[in-house]
Design a protein around this ligand. Structure first.
Ligand code: NAI
Ligand code: UGA
Length: 354
């Protein structure tokens, strides 16, 4: 399309996360179709915004990567794009490099972020088995300035459209490059994430006396993280599917995700008439979701969940009433005082002491 319409040379900028050397394929296609004398240039300028903070990430990026060919024309194009960003991004944050470094940096950045979460989630399993507390471990580890405190929240697993896709992109790349050991290394980040989601779901089943058949379970939060209605690869999907497979009756509430999306993700079409024994009920608030439930399961860290009146929720639930906090966002001591049986990721709560 670009080649067909452009009568002047254009700079084609890759913003999407692409396999390394994708620019080469784009160049080859452009060159094969170019009009005589009209030579286009390809740059790599990967996007680093995160959902929920996209505008802030755009206005104040940690860095902007611009990769271009080491030719005069390539460098001229790099400078053109630098001058666009220089309008609002400090110069020292504009990093120029070769095309392949830029493409690879994006994949490695996401893979390392995902790897950090899998590392703390791996630690959470050890914590639950030993009595260590993953929040304390994360704080202690993150205080080392070489490691840093961010992105060390243990959870029921990471989600989102990019982390798994990008890590697997890297795995595929390594396999193609005949680097099987490196491929397995990155693949383990995804394997551990799958394990964490199933470990969390299995804990719910085991703690509800080894069966959830016919039991109501309130699921609070369905998006892959707070402040977005996006459910792509949301860990809530795997957890809910596992519970449905085991016969649970789910009552899901999310402040931003549409009911139709939840039904689509869980493969549960709207029933003809709402019944008490419905496999999936999408609720309009947390209180109605929790009514008559054996357990409340937190899948997304929405800020409003920590403000809920848990005394009221406890009173409306079947007993013993459980809370499974997959994001470690609730006041667990307060929940225990109300009478809940509380389970969190990477900590033992109601069996303290040695
Ligand atoms: N969603 C996010 O927060 C971020 C996304 N990215 C990257 O930006 C890109 C787009 O992400 P989203 O907008 O979330 O994805 P999306 O899935 O909403 O949009 C992707 C679009 O590309 C089209 N598409 C897919 N394969 C195609 C093909 N072979 N040829 C032509 N069109 C094709 C799809 O039809 C769709 O319209 C991805 O590479 C993603 O990794 C990067 C940073 C943040
Ligand atoms: O390439 C992309 O698409 C983007 O992917 C991520 O952004 P995003 O997927 O929007 O969300 P994150 O904030 O990274 O969270 C991803 C998942 O990890 C989980 N997470 C995050 C942090 C943490 O400590 N623990 C944890 O479980 C979140 O709940 C969420 O499910 C990266 O953070 C962005 O820099 C990148 O641009």
């Amino acid at each position: 399309h670009i080649v067909r319409t452009a009568s002047q040379p254009k700079i084609v900028v890759e913003k999407s996360t692409v396999p390394v050397r994708a620019a080469e394929s784009i160049c080859t296609i452009l060159r094969a179709n170019e009009r005589p004398g009209v030579r286009h240039t390809v740059l790599s300028n990967p996007e680093f915004l995160a959902e929920g903070s996209a505008v802030q990430d755009l206005l104040r990026p940690d860095r902007v990567l611009i990769g271009g060919e080491r030719t005069d024309k390539g460098q001229e194009a790099v400078q053109r794009l630098v001058s666009v960003y220089a309008r609002w991004v400090p110069k020292e944050r504009l990093v120029t490099m070769n095309l392949w470094s830029s493409e690879l940096s994006k994949l490695v950045a996401n893979a390392m972020l995902a790897q950090r979460i899998s590392s703390i989630n791996a630690a959470s399993a050890i914590c639950e088995a030993t009595g260590a507390d993953v929040s304390e471990v994360a704080q202690a580890v993150g205080a080392d300035s070489r490691i840093g405190p961010r992105f060390l929240c243990a959870s029921l697993g990471f989600g989102g459209s990019c982390f798994q896709k990008d890590v697997l992109n890297l795995v595929y790349l390594c396999e193609c490059l005949n680097l099987p050991e490196v491929a397995r290394y990155w693949e383990s980040v995804v394997t551990l994430n799958q394990y964490q989601k199933y470990r969390f779901a299995d804990k719910i089943i085991v703690d509800l006396f080894n069966t959830v058949k016919g039991k109501r379970i309130a699921v609070l939060g369905f998006a892959f993280k707070k402040d977005t209605g996006d459910t792509r690869e949301s860990p809530a999907i795997d957890v809910c599917r596992r519970l449905i497979d085991e016969g649970a009756l789910l009552r899901v509430y999310d402040p931003k995700v549409a009911s139709s999306q939840i039904r689509l993700d869980l493969n549960q079409p709207e029933p003809d008439e709402a019944s008490d024994a419905a496999v999936l009920t999408v609720c309009s608030d947390a209180y109605s979701a929790a009514e008559g439930a054996h357990a409340v399961v937190i899948c997304t860290e929405w800020s409003e969940f920590s403000q809920l009146d848990f005394g009221r929720i406890f009173a409306s639930m079947a007993k013993p009433a459980f809370v499974f906090d997959g994001r470690n966002v609730l006041d667990h001591e307060a929940l225990l005082r109300i009478g809940f049986r509380v389970r969190a990721v990477g900590k033992r709560l109601d069996c303290g002491g040695v």
